[in-house]
Design a protein around this ligand. Sequence first.
Ligand code: AMP
Ligand code: MG
Length: 328
Amino acid sequence: MKKLLLLALVLLLSACAQPEPAQSDLFAMDTIINVKIWGNEAEDALHAVTQKINDSSARFSVTTEGSELYLLNQDGSAALSEDFSSLLAQAVSLSERTGGAFDPTVYPLVRLWGFTAQEYHVPNAYELEQTLQLCGLQKLHLFGANATLGAGAMLDLGAIAKGWTGQHCAELLESYNIDAALLALGGNVQTVGTKPDGSAWVIGIANPETPSEAIATLRFTGSRAVVTSGSYQRYFEEDGIAYHHILNPQSGLPAQSGLLSVTVIADDGTLADALSTALFVMGLDDATAFWRESDDFEAVFITDSGEIFASEGAASLLSDCVFTVIAR
Ligand code: AMP
Ligand code: MG
């Protein structure tokens, strides 16, 4: 009898246990990527997703010689692939919507600061002024599937391409018989479906002071994008001053908006990625006003005094921290 009970317990436990997902780690799009997929066609789906990620890397990398973006920047004009056109159209519309806080034409500034080659340089006022003249959405001309850049203008899709890729991987997974997937592309997380045991996704928000640790946790079920932009993610120090990689397109300087990080939660990964960058540039007050005018995302802000603010919808998903709710 005892043996039977034990067997029943083991069977029950194994029925509840999460089946192992198919998973893969890769380095692409300038970051470490981890993909986990649960379900019958998980291995095939993993293969397809890996291909999509490598394809995005080859298309949207600003530094890879021969990538679609690299050639556009080098030649000043190009006939765009369907994927590139779709991403660029969304980039332009999100740049307009955020009043230029997210600006895909900042690449001359990103290069000036040396963030691309990691040969860092604090520019002087003259260099900044000259380089600012090469930036701005008016330098990008789209005619159907053709793009032309003004003299010296160059695009950087680093603030949006990972979100776009996560979202398009999620769309690709719809044609596979899988239960769930979790894609972590650096600070970009895309969830798909619900894990076989029905448990919630648990996504940590990095502590900007000690990024390998979580300062707060988001819990939810279903498909969503969770994207964090933070000054801790890439920076260099010179003469005791830290200069980070999220630039204010108006001044050309690293955005000093009083925030250490912004996490955006949305159904659309492309939007989440561009907005996390834009809200970081805006700062808490302008970002709050922007959120109140919108209905397609939620956000968690960490200020440079260590306070956490969460928009109403994000607050209902947030735990393991003390925070202030931003009401509608
Ligand atoms: P993210 O980590 O998504 O916030 O994107 C930051 C990256 O996007 C930087 O490393 C730059 O390559 C680029 N970038 C910096 N500032 C901006 C900006 N204001 N708008 C668009 N892209 C930016
Ligand atoms: Mg971004």
